[in-house]
Design a protein around this ligand. Sequence first.
Ligand SMILES: [Zn+2]
Ligand SMILES: [Zn+2]
Length: 69
Amino acid sequence: MNCFECRQLSQTVRTAEAVCRQCGVGLCAEHLRVETTELHHPAGLGRSTSRLPARRIVCPVCEQAERSE
Ligand SMILES: [Zn+2]
Ligand SMILES: [Zn+2]
C-alpha cells in the first residue's frame, strides 16, 4: 500500500506505514498522526495512572475534521 496523501498532494509514491483509522487511507511516516485515547479520558477517581493509552492513527484530513467539530 502507498501513502494516499503523498499521491494527492505531490503525485509522489511513498510506502505507507500505517492506515487511518477513520477513513482507511494508507499513510507514510510524514502524514500519519498518532494519538492516544488516554488524552480524552479525564483523570479522576484516583486511578489515572493505571490505564494504558490506546493508540490511534489518523490522516491529516480526519484530524482536522475532528478538531472542527
Ligand atoms: Zn505521505
Ligand atoms: Zn482519514
